[in-house]
Design a protein around this ligand. Structure first.
Ligand SMILES: Cc1cc2nc3c(=O)[nH]c(=O)nc-3n(C[C@H](O)[C@H](O)[C@H](O)COP(=O)(O)O)c2cc1C
Length: 381
């Protein structure tokens, strides 16, 4: 991995190593991908302010995230189907995150189950919850997360219905992969991927196995989600979840100030300014453009996290400068997972760490707590 110097290198490698349907599933966004692009473009528009002759010999990237010490100001976002980027992908990612001293969030739609991951790692991880129509099953999932000693529940709010991702439709994205000539030929050119997935603990959704009917083979992920996820989800349900989950709660998928105000009143530890990485409402604003208003409105009441479009340490710095207390990274680490398993995720984290460290130094910043609006020159659109 010595020739890998940036997240885009990991992306190129993942593109070569992961079957097209799963690479595209990770890489692409919904509809015409306006919001996916806006997340990147608006981040890049923010110029960092170069400062010189500040003593930056002692630098510290550590911080706390929802009250827990973290060695870096970011966590690994919940990502469905990690185990289809690389066999046991959730375990590999959790191990890389824990080795780096940062939180890992396990998706409801993971291949390894909550219990698989809990048995494979030493420290607690976060569990991300999608609310299904079957509330008995939701309660059971929460009880499993409690039993596995998960240290936070990440409740995702922005996927009551699924935004269409054209690539998934065109690629016939299924779990496990559908036996089509095109897919078989593709998989034959990715033997490393095939071996890792065959050796992996599971080939379907580990948290749902045996609990949800019809998920043994999900022929159309989109169709299946439409049948299971609850479009009637409301703030009342958040109250209910708050009442049965005793630990820290993170509300993920807030993009609007009014929603942020409601979220701040729910007894949650944090909210995540997120548009699901440009995979849901196409045409929604970029997360970096929404961040400052949300921080102004509720930043003193609730910890504000940020995700969407982060591909470098400079991007983490931009988001923290506009008021995020920490970031979540999604695709950046998924490319690492597809490119090189646990070592690839570790590489992604390390690339971002080094970029953040150097960029802090070059902006004359020694500590995460010293990052502020003064280090950016442009305003997010
Ligand atoms: C392949 C993929 C799968 C995702 N699955 C989930 C999921 O299961 N639950 C969830 O809350 N968010 C999910 N997300 C959204 C991420 O948690 C995060 O919000 C997003 O990836 C951030 O944008 P970025 O990828 O540009 O960093 C997913 C994102 C991607 C790219």
């Amino acid at each position: 991995m010595t020739s890998i110097t940036c997240i885009d290198d990991l992306r190129q490698l993942a593109r070569r190593r992961v079957p097209r349907a799963f690479f595209d599933y990770a890489d692409r966004g919904s509809y015409s991908e306006e919001t996916l692009r806006a997340n990147r473009e608006d981040l890049l528009r923010l110029r960092l302010r170069q400062r010189v002759l500040v003593d930056v010999s002692e630098r510290d990237l550590s911080t706390s995230i929802i009250g827990e010490p973290a060695s870096l100001p970011f966590s690994l976002a919940p990502i469905g189907l990690c185990g289809m980027q690389r066999g046991d992908g959730e375990i590999l990612s959790a191990r890389a995150a824990q080795a780096a001293g940062i939180p890992f969030a396990l998706s409801t739609m993971s291949i390894c189950s909550i219990e698989d991951v809990a048995a494979a790692v030493d420290k607690p991880f976060w569990f991300q919850l999608y609310v299904m129509r079957d509330r008995g099953f939701v309660r059971a999932l929460i009880e499993r997360a409690i039993a596995a000693k998960c240290s936070a529940l990440v409740l995702t709010l922005d996927l009551q219905v699924l935004g269409q991702r054209h690539a998934d439709v065109k690629n016939g994205m299924t779990v496990p992969p559908e036996i089509r000539i095109k897919n078989v030929l593709d998989i034959m050119t990715k033997p490393g991927w095939a071996i890792s997935v065959l050796r992996g603990k599971r080939k379907n959704f580990g948290n749902l196995a045996g609990h949800v009917k019809g998920m043994e083979s999900v022929n159309s992920l989109a169709h299946w989600i439409a049948g299971q996820f609850d479009p009637a989800l409301s703030w009342k349900d958040v109250e209910w979840i708050r009442s049965i989950w005793p630990g820290k709660l993170i509300l993920k998928g807030v993009l609007d100030v009014e929603d942020a105000r409601l979220a701040a009143k729910c007894g949650a530890s944090a909210l995540v300014v997120s548009n699901h990485g440009g995979r849901q409402l196409d045409g929604a604003p970029s997360t970096i453009s929404a961040l400052p208003k949300i921080v102004d409105a509720v930043g003193s009441e609730i910890e504000v996290m940020f995700d969407g479009g982060i591909r470098s340490g400079q991007d983490v710095l931009r988001a923290l400068a506009l008021g995020a207390r920490s970031c979540m990274i999604g695709r950046a680490y998924i490319y690492g997972l597809g490119a090189g398993g646990q070592a690839g995720v570790a590489k992604a984290i390390d690339i971002i760490r080094q970029e953040l460290d150097v960029s802090m130094a070059l902006t004359g910043t020694r500590r995460v707590a010293d990052i502020g609006k003064h280090i950016v020159l442009g305003e997010a659109r």
